[in-house]
Design a binder for this molecule. Structure first.
Ligand SMILES: *Cc1c(COP(=O)(O)O)cnc(C)c1O
Length: 520
């Protein structure tokens, strides 16, 4: 085996130097990884130990603002007169601080379920969700979902837009005493490209959409949204546009018959940088081309340019959180196979998409040892005894990491979307793998505030399973700080603290650095 250092491997394969920008959410300075160019991950490990989940909410704000800026540039480049509406698809991550951060950055709202609408109603009553935001309600709607939508509408939330997924839903919605803005979802868009099987279960055929227009004619309800989502994770700009083109034409044809139609909603699917180090997608270019295309097709049909809605799930939240795990044991692989790096967590619990989504990847970066020789490895979760608790999967290439033994800490990035929702938060997990210590960093009026939530304890896991533990606490494999001088237990739950990341790096310099990176 050659002795190429990890840093030189990264330089060769990903054209990243070991100092400076690694991804749009990770930088490296003086040999330390900085999350969001602000949070020194080694400092966090020294303070809290591993395993650790780190959520850095300012990255959500930054993602949303970036997209809004690109849309502004695109509108001007494409001379697009319709507006651009950024909605957060909440099913990617329902955590209260996540949704609040997205709303504070100006995001509109997309719901997937009855409980989701109830959360929106709660946030609206609290004044956190302003009434001028659109709420697009997608998915097939059981009675409880329709009831929740109707309740919020009766509460006088006029910008809630149920997107009709079948004609029976329409019957139920029309029983609501208040008039609705409604949407229709185009069934043909789902899996038009053949890459998104399962997505064509949503929406209406053209004949059904015509039936909706017909039905609404003599009512107080208005059809305002045309929804066409082609699928998830569309990483090829040209392909994204080509697949959408037929839907834009369908919008224009419908607009000629339904004059109150004013929004074209292209749904989710916007890709994220959280999954691969070689990720590239020119968002501004995509939006410019989309707007030019919509503008041209609308001109052909002599209809006004619609307001564009995008529903951003993964893109909004995937990169804002990561896991830090520590290699506790290295087991030699079979001859010719990579070594097993056994970590203090569970990969199948933490990254369920690695099992569910074919070839799903996550960006994995070592905190230290970038000068050590690079080696192919596979990670395995030490906190289950399941042969599937492996990443990367066997059909995928192994990970390249520095040769290093126990003590190597790795960051598994891009886990902020879907992973916790699919695994469930606060549950009893596979082999009772406890949920790691969680650190949530939020910007509160320009100051970073850290909340620290201890690792799930044995008693709460037992209670979930119906035990009534009396003599507690039993010890679990606790997170342990890397520095022996600091105590292992964090005493109070949700204790607000000032910024932990500063430590050795003064804040001022961080700011300068932020500017430095951004100004490139
Ligand atoms: C899930 C979903 C989204 C979000 O998709 P991402 O690919 O995560 O951006 C948007 N719209 C609808 C209708 C969805 O079902």
């Amino acid at each position: 085996m050659d002795q190429q250092a990890y840093a030189s491997y990264i330089a060769q394969h990903y054209h990243r130097t070991s100092e400076g920008v690694i991804t749009d959410f990770m930088t490296r300075h003086n040999g330390h990884l900085y999350f969001g160019d602000r949070i020194n991950l080694s400092d966090l490990v020294r303070r809290y130990g591993t395993p650790l989940e780190v959520a850095y909410n300012p990255l959500i704000t930054e993602r949303i603002r970036s997209m809004q800026n690109w849309a502004r540039q695109a509108r001007s480049a494409a001379q697009y007169t319709g507006s651009f509406i950024y909605a957060y698809a909440t099913k990617a991550n329902f955590a209260a601080d996540v949704i609040q951060t997205a709303l504070a950055a100006g995001a509109h709202y997309e719901t997937s379920a009855a409980a989701d609408v109830r959360i929106a109603q709660h946030l609206w009553r609290q004044g956190i969700l302003p009434g001028d935001r659109l709420i697009c309600c997608n998915g097939s709607k059981e009675p409880a979902y329709i009831e929740a939508i109707c309740d919020l509408r009766i509460d006088d939330y006029t910008n809630i837009v149920p997107i009709v997924d079948d004609l029976e839903e329409l019957d139920a919605l029309m029983e609501c005493p208040a008039p609705f803005q409604l949407g229709v979802r185009e069934r043909a868009a789902g899996n038009r490209d053949g890459f998104h099987p399962g997505n064509d279960r949503f929406g209406l055929t053209m004949a059904e959409i015509d039936a909706v227009v017909e039905r609404l004619q003599s009512t107080r309800h208005r059809l305002t949204v045309y929804h066409a989502m082609i699928g998830s994770q569309v990483e090829d700009r040209e392909h994204f546009l080509t697949t959408l083109r037929e839907s834009i034409v369908a919008y224009c044809r419908l607009r000629q018959r339904a004059p109150e139609l004013r929004y074209f909603n292209f749904g989710g699917g916007m890709p994220t940088s959280g999954y691969r180090l070689d990720f590239q997608f020119d968002y501004a270019h995509f939006l410019t081309e989309l707007m030019s295309e919509v503008r041209a097709i609308c001109a052909d049909f002599s209809v006004p340019m619609p307001d564009l809605i995008g529903e951003f799930g993964r893109y909004t939240v995937a990169t804002h959180s990561l896991y830090l795990f520590e290699v506790g044991k290295v087991k030699a692989g079979q001859p010719g196979e990579p070594d097993w790096h056994l970590i203090n967590g569970s990969l199948m619990v933490s990254l369920p998409d690695s099992l569910l989504v074919e070839d799903q990847e996550f960006v994995v970066l070592p905190l230290d040892n970038w000068d050590a020789p690079v080696r192919p490895v596979r990670l395995a979760g030490r906190r289950t005894c399941d042969s599937d608790d492996v990443y990367p999967r066997f059909r995928q290439q192994p990970l390249m990491l520095p040769a290093g033994g126990p003590g190597q800490v790795i960051a598994i990035c891009g886990i902020g979307a879907y992973q916790q929702m699919i695994s469930g938060r606060g549950g009893a997990h596979h082999c009772l793998s406890p949920e790691p210590h969680r650190v949530v960093i939020t910007d509160v009026e320009g100051r970073l505030v850290t909340r620290s939530i201890p690792q799930q304890d044995q008693a709460s896991i037992m209670r979930l399973l119906g035990y009534q533990p009396h003599h507690l606490p039993y010890p679990l494999p606790l997170a342990h700080p890397k520095s022996p001088s600091e105590p292992a237990r964090i005493s109070s739950v949700q204790r607000p603290m000032s910024l932990v990341a500063g430590g050795s790096v003064p804040r001022r310099r961080n700011r300068d650095r932020l500017r430095l990176v951004r100004s490139k």
